[in-house]
Design a protein around this ligand. Structure first.
Ligand SMILES: [Zn+2]
Length: 164
């Protein structure tokens, strides 16, 4: 147990970040445990960000202007990372939670989007129907283009039949 110098609470060591203090000439690092707990650091960061939002945005904008190449590379890296993350269990969970939350807060818009998806038979909509009818998880189907194509045609035919 260790006492945080900020909130003065006793916490276990894994609630503190490890900090690389200095790197010696032979390359060995001195690691020490932060004096302030992770929660306090996070609170401080959040606070700082909300207080200095404009300044941070401006700095970021300037940096982007000055380093278009670096920025492009960074964006690509982030995109690749995001893609990788989205395929992890945790990433999938985060995504579906965010989606549910958005739908809850934007019900009218969500209904409209769903109606549009249904009308246009977009891939994600067809994929979800495919998952429903086969009982296979949508993530396992993972937007299989061939399957979606077939399913889309089936839906179209079914709709035609219903119309008559
Ligand atoms: Zn603390």
């Amino acid at each position: 147990m260790k006492k945080c110098t900020k909130c003065k609470e006793e916490k276990t060591i894994n609630q503190y970040s490890k900090i690389c203090d200095r790197i010696k000439k032979d390359g060995t690092k001195t690691i020490r445990i932060s004096r302030v707990c992770k929660k306090c650091i996070n609170d401080y960061r959040k606070n700082y960000r909300s207080k200095n939002r404009d300044l941070i945005n401006k700095k970021y904008k300037d940096w982007r202007k000055k380093n278009p190449e670096k920025c492009k590379k960074y964006a690509e890296k982030m995109k690749a990372w995001e893609k990788k993350y989205q395929n992890t269990e945790r990433g999938k969970e985060t995504r579906s939670k965010a989606k549910k939350k958005w739908i809850k807060n934007n019900r009218v818009k969500a209904v409209e989007i769903m109606r549009n998806c249904r009308k246009k038979l977009v891939d994600s909509y067809v994929n979800s129907l495919l998952a429903k009818s086969t009982g296979v998880n949508t993530n396992c189907l993972d937007n299989n283009a061939e399957l979606i194509k077939v399913k889309r045609e089936i839906i179209k035919i079914n709709r035609l039949i219903k119309q008559k």
